[in-house]
Ligand binder design. Structure first.
Ligand code: ATR
Length: 326
């Protein structure tokens, strides 16, 4: 698979990464098939995927431990591991909450390094911004960790343009990770242009719309009682039904292109620029193979234009939007 470079500090990653969250948290079947998840990670490496995304909050903790089990036999050196801090209060009994303070970062990074069984993290993201800590203090601590070799690059997830600029003034940001897909176009107005102005790479998460854009989720009955998507406004109530028209529009292009709707969703994202490295998530080898093949799918300008014009979704992308874009 082709590789691209994120940020001015130059982190090389495969064009498509692998989101590992669903292997351990939030989605139906999380944690149920460790062997299958590890096989999926190994197959990804075989297919040229080098960019693996996790976070301390996934599980919590178990997703990082899973990656350590997968990256044996010299695989660690061949991959880029991205993990995240800032949503667990390590000074307060590991409760959930936002803390971007230097003290919390120190505790977070030691935990992630231990669980990942590595002595460096390639890309360390602040998962959500902490209104209680100036971004300059957070980035100051991250810069120290870079100096110590514990992390190699840092990024911000769901940060506002002004925060990105302030962070970048302290030390160059390598990547912004924000939800971006055919049904989440929000970053196009300001976050993506800001990243581009500053030479920062962009990592779209949930590029398959949390699975919805693959066309395989037609009813909440398919999801377990604790699946995060049941509480996501776009899936809840009548909205799921209303949003199916989006999948139908994507599916029409997919049929024409001889591809699957999820592949079309990924190919559309890749067409947005070579500074973009989406991280579709899957727990299954078969789905991974399908997603990876999307890197070779060329859509015509007319097909891309039709995709650009798909209907806007009904419902916010989170029940609580307040921690985003700050
Ligand atoms: P996230 O970033 O939150 O992981 P995503 O990448 O938009 O979200 O979508 C992930 C979801 O899409 C997962 O539920 C995944 O389910 P599996 O683990 O069962 O694969 C689903 N998914 C990923 N690739 C898929 C594919 N090719 N076909 C069908 N579902 C797929």
């Amino acid at each position: 698979m082709e590789k691209i470079t994120l940020g001015t500090e130059k982190l090389e990653v495969s064009r498509l990464g692998l989101g590992c969250m669903g292997m351990s948290a939030f989605y139906t079947g999380a944690g149920a098939d460790e062997g299958g998840s590890i096989r999926t990670i190994h197959r990804a490496i075989d297919l040229g995927v080098t960019f693996f995304d996790t976070a301390e909050i996934y599980g919590p903790y178990t997703n990082e431990e899973l990656l350590a089990k997968a990256f044996t036999d010299g695989r660690r050196e061949r991959v880029v591991i991205a993990t995240k801090f800032g949503t667990i209060l390590h000074r307060q009994n590991d409760e959930r909450g936002l803390d971007g303070s230097p003290d919390n970062i120190r505790l977070s990074v030691e935990g992630s390094l231990r669980r990942l069984q590595t002595d460096y993290i390639d890309l360390y993201y602040q998962h959500r911004m902490d209104p209680g800590t100036p971004i300059e203090e957070t980035v100051g601590a991250l810069k120290e960790l870079i100096g110590e070799g514990k992390i190699r690059h840092y990024g911000l997830s769901e940060a506002a343009p002004e925060t990105i600029k302030r962070a970048n003034d302290v030390h160059p940001v390598t990547a912004i990770q924000t939800e971006y897909s055919l049904w989440t176009r929000d970053p196009e107005s300001a976050v993506l242009p800001t990243a581009r102005d500053l030479g920062i790479g962009f990592v779209p998460y949930s590029p398959l719309g949390r699975g919805f854009l693959t066309g395989t989720i037609r009813s909440l009955d398919q999801l377990s009682d604790d699946d995060f998507r049941r509480f996501n406004p776009r899936f809840a109530g009548d909205n799921l039904e209303a949003n199916i028209r989006i999948v139908e529009q994507v599916d029409a292009v997919a049929r024409e292109a001889g591809a699957k709707p999820g592949q079309v969703a990924l190919a559309w994202l890749l067409s947005k620029g070579d500074d973009i490295a989406p991280i579709p998530g899957t727990t299954k080898v078969e789905n991974l193979e399908q997603n990876v093949a999307a890197a070779d799918l060329d859509l015509s300008p007319e097909q891309l234009a039709r995709l650009d014009a798909v209907a806007a979704p009904v419902g916010d992308r989170y029940a609580d939007m307040s921690p985003l874009n700050r």
